[in-house]
Write a protein that binds this ligand. Structure first.
Ligand code: MN
Ligand code: MN
Length: 286
């Protein structure tokens, strides 16, 4: 009798050699200022993925019809921030050099910085779309300029604030509020507002960074800094569907600290969001 040993990778993951889309975990939480624990996202999301269908009712497409692979979690030692950011940068550059579309998931938002900047290096006309409850525009957090609370500011320093489009933001400091007003980066999270921005962007390359705490904590409590007043699942899906056929060049889906949600629904919600992101990547404009 033949036996098959199953490596617990994301549901539907195929072979890396033939993959067009590369999923990988970046599960590190070294600057979490409140409830740490997103370093544990990888296992929780992969386990949760086994409870879902490959087929998406929302996009009428199945993961089984898409060439994607899950590389597993990048090894990111606790602490050692500079090393971690450099390792993420070299990993994502290697993936991009193979012409695979990167979708990173898991940890605190700071890990998105090298992911966004790698996309920007290839696409100097990059637009950054940011879904989050928090502005993440602080100049520093307790003197540290590189943290989950400063990541979008550091990305905007490089790509330009005029190329940043923020949705769902409902928390930040007075300084962040002023920055958002000055640069007009904030938009209401409505289907109409998002559609308008995407239409303005036309064929410009888009990087989507998705901090899952943009969702309401009643749906998604498993996160480091939950913020009441967030999105419903239906609104997130309606928003994501607008990205279909757009010129996406990279995505991430972050901030799952699974142990704060003993029901497991937060991990399931991230797994299902990743299914939608993989399908969007497959249908991207090239
Ligand atoms: Mn964030
Ligand atoms: Mn956030």
């Amino acid at each position: 009798m033949a036996h098959e040993f199953v490596v617990p990778l994301f549901l539907g993951s195929g072979k890396p050699e033939t993959a067009d889309i590369a999923l990988f975990g970046v599960c590190w939480d070294g600057t979490s200022s409140f409830k740490a624990g997103s370093r544990f996202a990888g296992f929780a999301v992969r386990e949760a993925s086994f409870g879902m269908e490959e087929f998406s009712f929302y996009q009428q497409q199945s993961l089984l019809d898409v060439k994607f692979c899950d590389y597993g979690d990048l090894f990111l030692p606790p602490g050692q921030k500079e090393r971690v950011l450099a390792d993420i940068e070299s990993a994502v550059k290697e993936i991009r050099a193979k012409h695979q579309f990167p979708i990173a998931f898991g940890g605190e938002h700071l890990v998105a910085l090298p992911l966004i900047l790698a996309a920007y290096e290839e696409h100097p006309d990059l637009a950054l779309i940011h879904f989050d409850a928090h502005a993440d525009l602080r100049p520093d957090m307790w003197g540290d300029t590189l943290s989950h609370a400063t990541i979008i500011g550091r990305a905007a320093d490089r790509i330009g604030f005029e190329n940043l489009f923020q949705f769902g933001i409902r928390s930040g400091s007075a300084e962040e509020w002023a920055l958002m007003q000055r640069h007009k980066t904030g938009h209401p999270f409505t289907v109409d507002a998002l559609r308008e921005v995407l239409e303005q962007l036309g064929d410009r390359p888009i990087y989507l960074t998705l901090d899952m705490d943009v969702l309401d904590p009643s749906l998604y409590p498993g996160t480091g800094t939950p913020e009441p007043g967030g999105l419903s699942w239906d609104l997130l899906i309606a928003g994501l569907k607008l990205f279909k056929g757009r010129r996406l060049v990279g995505m991430d889906c972050l901030e799952l600290a699974p142990h704060y949600d003993p029901s497991g629904v937060s991990a399931i919600t991230m797994a299902k969001t990743l299914r939608e992101l993989i399908l969007l990547a497959a249908g991207r404009k090239r």
